[in-house]
Ligand binder design. Sequence first.
Ligand SMILES: Nc1ncnc2c1ncn2[C@@H]1O[C@H](COP(=O)(O)OP(=O)(O)OP(=O)(O)O)[C@@H](O)[C@H]1O
Length: 628
Amino acid sequence: MTSTAVHEKPEAVPPPPPAEITYTGRYSVNPLAEVSFRRMCAQIPAVLGRIGRLAWRTDRRAVQILLGCQVVTGVAAAVLLTATARAMGPLLGAGPVAERLHGALPALLVMALAAALGRGAGAVATYAERRITPRLVTETDSALVEAVCRVEAAAYAEDGFVDRQEAAEMGVIRAQFMVADAQRFSSALIRMVTAAGVLSVLNVLMLPLLLLAVLPAGAGAVLTARVDYEIHYANIADRNVRGMMRWWATTSKYADEVRANSMTDYLVFWYRSLSDRCDRRTLAGTPRTLRIALLSSLAGGVFLVAAWGALGWLAVTGRVDLAVAATAVIAVQTTLAALSGVVVSGAAVFHTSLYLSDMQAFLDDAVARAPRRGRAALTGPAEEIRVEEVVYRYPGRSRPAVDGVSLTLRRGQILAIVGANGSGKSTLTRLLTGVYLPDRGRVTWNGTDLADIDPGTVWARTGLVPQIFAQWPLRVRENVTLGQPRTHDDGPVWEAVDVAGLREAVEELPAGLDTLLARDVFGGSEFSGGQWQRVACARALYRRSELLILDEPTSQMDPRGEHRIFERIKAVAADRVTIVVTHRLENTRLADHVVVMEHGRVTEQGHYDDLVRADGTFAELLALSQDR
Ligand SMILES: Nc1ncnc2c1ncn2[C@@H]1O[C@H](COP(=O)(O)OP(=O)(O)OP(=O)(O)O)[C@@H](O)[C@H]1O
């Protein structure tokens, strides 16, 4: 290749659009697709019940206030209408205005009082709803976060799990409106029943006509909600990926990579393409929603004209007198407003119910996926960890990541695991800690199968520096102590910081151990890659665990830092089982035993010197690492 060829820019090729995500299997079917309109409406009482129970658990007092207000609203509405009917007689009668007004005064006063009571009850109901909603949202949101944190780690690899989580998030968002919707629905229902009661006393014919006038709007709202949900369902996977991509593209953590590799244009194109795809699905639904709106308005309008026509006919033909007809006008207006409230809020409750169902289904699913293991507890320190013919295959992968591995680890031993990328080293560490359970074979701690042990008791004895570790946006202190109760003084924290060679860096921070490690936050600070890795090592060493696993713990560290960490590993090795996964084969000198993995199997094992002499894969990899 000539030097000019190296600098030649490749011909501009339009970038490929984001991959289309299509599902098969149980998550590919919209759960509403087969549900009839009647069944959808029949769900509403159950949804109201569920919202009620959630609210009751959150704030009983507020629910009681809310219910009290609903009753007052209903009574006030009935009194208002009855008093209106009473006032109409004198007002529309004969005589001077002052006399007519005087005659109607008691009824007018009652009307004013009832109206004030209704308004007051509405205000207090809003107050109660505002007391319930924030805590209800927090409750549902926290329940979701906890449920995800507690599932078997293997669930993440299963098809659709993360998308179901995205769908459940919508439930949390809708939780903000559900109490208000439910409250509006029930108060409209109460107002409607009372107004309709008064109206049917005036004339029985009016009620069915009014109902027919409003029902099409209700049907339209429910059908529109169904279309919205269908679109939402079709967009879940794309929205999920888009959400992830949004974070990756905009977080300051990857700002350098995005800019210096000129990724911005493609990322923006990609984000837009995905958004356009979601919009296309949404827009494809609009003709349907327009049809629904037009047809329901038409049907409703016809019945409304019939209702007003009927009232006019009753009045003109003298079947009802003028005072009653005037009250009927008000009752019709009230009933109509209340009926519209019922259908609109009912549809909103139904709409919410769809997302709540997704949330509930996900929470149930998460509970089903919580680790189901025995209740056995470990006694005494972990003396021996055995891996017996263990096989593990990730969902959707054709070959096992770990394929028939057997090992025995004893307290005081250091084991090094080496091997090519993808040979199963990290997966083996997940099996050793019980984060994953094997498909075949078993892992035992002191002779007890990890499948029979409460995982919490195992993880309380484990310290892990994973290959890709979290850089928690917490203070330095919490970054070290996270997952472990902290002593009252900072002594042990500084000890761990010292061991990781971080003291100088921490002391330079504006608030020392109290500095927030999040550069995006006001007052926050940031560490370098190697310093972050030292934090991860400090965290694991602070735990003083019985099993210490370090997966490429020093890949970003300078030689001084690396030396320090390995010195410390040796110094504390006597009290624990230590496992080091590394590509720097020189580092395996400190190990008592080295295993070499290839395609999920252990192909070589022994002491460093034996493996160097054996002239196998280890010796070959070592020679390559030294061939510079
Ligand atoms: N969450 C996952 N879902 C599906 N497949 C996975 C997952 N994690 C790992 N794999 C696959 O399992 C195999 C073993 O991966 P593993 O991470 O254990 O390898 P490794 O030896 O630690 O590799 P490396 O040296 O690159 O860290 C690989 O083929 C990888 O693609």
